[in-house]
Design a protein. Structure first.
Length: 196
């Protein structure tokens, strides 16, 4: 018994190091075995609000959602042909609240607007949320924010590559559409991507 105590005292650091290594080995082996256990739907490209989901819009990925699994659509759920209730961006997991079997009744108008190529972000994309400003023709007036956080529904890629004016379509309610059309008659419109 005395010899065992002496051995333990002389080799306590080595024993502690071995125990730590053993615990690390056990932890690593447990983590290696806990990979993705399920699958979910992810957006392959940006899908605008109210769009009908097609095969090209989505793909299935392996994920481990643990406690959040009820919030997202599982890979086995059929969502092709359903409609989006909010914009879904490329790479986003699709949540239960973002799809509906019934087409949503959008009270939005798709307002076409021509914006100078230098007055919008060069990497503007479908479903980006933007703010619209007007720079009045009257030199005595200051630039003004017209509308805040409206969605871009389409961008004419051909007109963007040619320069000059880029045709974009904005999803606006009737009040916002009136403000934009009125502002367009007063001066130059500028599009700024909303950071959130």
């Amino acid at each position: 018994m005395e010899e065992l105590q002496k051995f333990m005292q002389r080799n306590s650091r080595r024993i502690s190091a071995l125990l730590i290594l053993f615990a690390a080995f056990i932890t690593i082996s447990m983590l290696m075995g806990s990979g993705p256990t399920g699958s979910a739907w992810i957006a392959s490209r940006t899908i605008a609000t109210g769009s009908k989901i097609s095969v090209a819009d989505i793909s299935r990925v392996k994920v481990n959602l643990t406690t959040d699994s009820s919030h997202y659509l599982q890979g086995g759920d059929s969502i092709i042909g359903e409609y989006t209730t909010s914009p879904i961006f490329t790479g986003d997991l699709i949540s239960v609240n973002q799809v509906s079997r019934i087409p949503i009744n959008l009270t939005l108008q798709y307002l076409p607007v021509g914006i100078a190529v230098n007055d919008l972000p060069s990497d503007l994309q479908l479903s980006d949320l933007v703010d619209i400003y007007v720079i009045p023709k009257d030199q005595g007036s200051l630039p003004t924010l017209i509308v805040h956080r409206i969605s871009v529904q389409s961008i004419d890629i051909k007109s963007r590559s040619l320069g000059g004016t880029v045709a974009i379509s904005l999803a606006a309610n009737s009040a916002q559409a009136t403000l934009i059309v009125d502002a367009e008659s007063q001066g130059r419109l500028v599009v700024a991507r909303d950071p959130f």
